[in-house]
Write a protein that binds this ligand. Structure first.
Ligand code: BES
Ligand code: MN
Ligand code: ZN
Length: 504
């Protein structure tokens, strides 16, 4: 999907050659609206009360005199907050799915859209027009190819526009790969995506296999992978946007390409949805696809432990004890608690990068779905600053999360008579005990865990991946890049002298 940004007065929008003109209409229309065909149309519609109030309410007009585009769609944008803009644009674009609508002009100047609103509009455009075709050739492919965003002052929102474009790329890649079935999205296929992404952007990608992972002593990852005919992969991606000496943000994504539960087999109903159990990995791939385009001044490392969780003659059995890379032994009481097993070795591996922050993203527990549903991801961190930064990023990105506690008492449940710890803690507080398990592998690093089990995909008629939490992660990285830049700026005294010297 191709986006273009342009300073555009409402009067100029009428003359734009495009297949459809989508006009976002604010709650209160400015009376000083410049005269012209669009103004006349809006004035008449408002007078007659034909555009119902309510965000996302639309009125479709066809062949309006004086307007170039044959289709004009008026959409109510309410108070024009980013959330309202997203809802309005999604409603509008969903109505423009005719095959003839390839180029849309989106008029955002009546609502005086700021950077956040522009980003929200772009995301909604992509979301509402996405179509999965990879294994369904009969599906209608996306018709909309080009979107022109008309704003009051393009220069003012240029940075957000560039960031928004990268964000859409990232979300779409994450969605696409999470949607692909497990026989198409294998660990090796994910590694290929990472390699391609790195090649395009000129960053380093290492793919470790059985031999390397064995040499590293990743006994927990090996244990989960041993029941599958698909070879495991451990993917290491490195984006370098800042000085070598600058500590990276390390992102870890759970890459279980299919979770049967293993010998602790899951019930048949909805088991197909366990193809989405690599949504955390897909979100890390999405972030890297975005980084390739956006190129912030920050170092970021992406780690993806990836394998299938299968029942097999070779598979791990309940009660088996394995030794993780950290040296801690784990009693695998339930083979369906496999995510934490592959993640714990990745978290140990992450320490070598001396991260400024370490964030894992995983479809980890059904308990998190029960706690927070599909609205907010679960956020866990003992690091106050990091927790607040992620929470804030989630709000700004319209991809929210909610912090849950990590009291040490919750770790009691992980005690084992036969190993340093067990991999499950019973039914109570399942999302928290899973997080406590991971925490035991993070030493004193500034670590956070996002449980995305509830929000990474939708079930039912609109079954499909959401691309979350790519927006949250990218907003966090944007804030982090700004913080890193501020920290390396010259001290205020020196800057003051410089300015003083320039004054005549
Ligand atoms: N991938 C699942 C978590 C999951 C379940 C995500 C349902 C989305 C929807 C994970 O590997 C798992 O099976 N977790 C178990 C843990 C339990 C055995 C302690 C769960 O949540 O049931
Ligand atoms: Mn499982
Ligand atoms: Zn799983």
């Amino acid at each position: 999907m191709d986006f273009e940004l342009k300073s555009l007065l409402p009067a100029e929008a009428a003359a734009l050659p495009c297949d459809a003109l989508l006009v976002l209409v604010p709650e209160a229309l400015a009376p000083e609206l410049a005269p012209g065909s669009l103004h006349e149309l809006l004035a008449a519609v408002m007078r007659d009360g034909d555009l119902e109030p309510g965000v996302g309410k639309t009125l479709a007009c066809y062949r309006v005199a004086g307007i170039q585009a044959s289709r004009v769609l008026l959409v109510r944008a309410g108070d024009a907050t980013p959330a309202a803009v997203r809802k309005a644009v999604a409603a509008g674009v969903a109505q423009l799915k005719q095959p003839g609508v390839k180029k849309i002009a989106l008029l955002l100047s009546l609502i005086d859209a700021d950077g956040a609103a522009v980003r929200a509009a772009m995301q909604a455009c992509a979301e509402a027009s996405y179509s999965y075709t990879h294994t369904k050739p009969s599906a209608k492919a996306r018709a909309v190819q080009q979107v022109l965003l008309g704003v009051a002052d393009a220069a003012r929102v240029q940075a957000d526009f560039a960031f928004g474009k990268a964000l859409v790329t990232g979300v779409e890649l994450a969605k696409e790969w999470a949607n692909r079935p497990a026989n198409h999205a294998t660990p090796s296929a994910l590694a290929q995506v990472a390699i391609q992404c790195g090649r395009k952007a000129g960053f380093k990608t290492d793919v470790l296999g059985l031999k390397e992972v064995t040499a590293l002593g990743m006994g927990a990852l090996l244990a989960v992978a041993q029941g599958s005919a698909q070879p495991l992969r451990f993917i290491v991606m490195r984006y370098q946007g800042a000085a070598r000496s600058s500590a990276p943000v390390v992102l870890v994504g759970k890459g279980i390409t299919f979770d049967t539960g293993g010998i602790s087999l899951k019930p048949a109903a909805e088991m197909d949805e366990m193809k989405f159990d690599m949504a955390g990995a897909a979100s890390v791939l999405g972030v890297f696809a975005a980084l390739a385009e956006w190129r912030p001044a920050l170092n970021v490392v992406g780690l993806i432990p990836s394998c299938e969780n299968m029942p097999d003659a070779q598979a791990i059995k309940p009660g088996d004890v394995v030794t993780s890379m950290s040296g801690q032994t784990i009693e695998i009481l339930n083979t369906d608690a496999e995510g934490r097993l592959i993640l714990c070795d990745a978290l140990s591996y992450a320490a070598r990068f001396k991260p400024r922050s370490l964030i894992d993203v995983a479809t980890l527990t059904g308990a998190c779905v029960v706690a927070l549903g599909a609205v907010r991801s679960g956020l866990f961190s003992a690091h106050e600053e990091l927790a607040q930064a992620l929470q804030q990023a989630g709000e700004t990105a319209l991809d929210p999360c909610w912090r849950l506690p990590l009291d040490d008492e919750y770790a009691e449940a992980l005690k084992s008579n036969f190993a340093d710890l067990g991999n499950v803690g019973g039914r109570p507080a399942g999302a928290i005990t899973a997080a406590k398990f991971l925490q035991k592998f993070t030493a004193d690093l500034p670590w956070a865990h996002l449980d995305i089990a509830g929000c990474a995909w939708k079930s039912g008629a609109s079954k499909g991946a959401t691309g979350r939490p790519v927006p949250l992660l990218l907003h966090y990285l944007r804030d982090e890049a700004a913080r890193a830049a501020a920290a390396t700026e010259p001290p205020p005294a020196a800057a003051g002298r410089k300015r003083a010297a320039k004054t005549p």
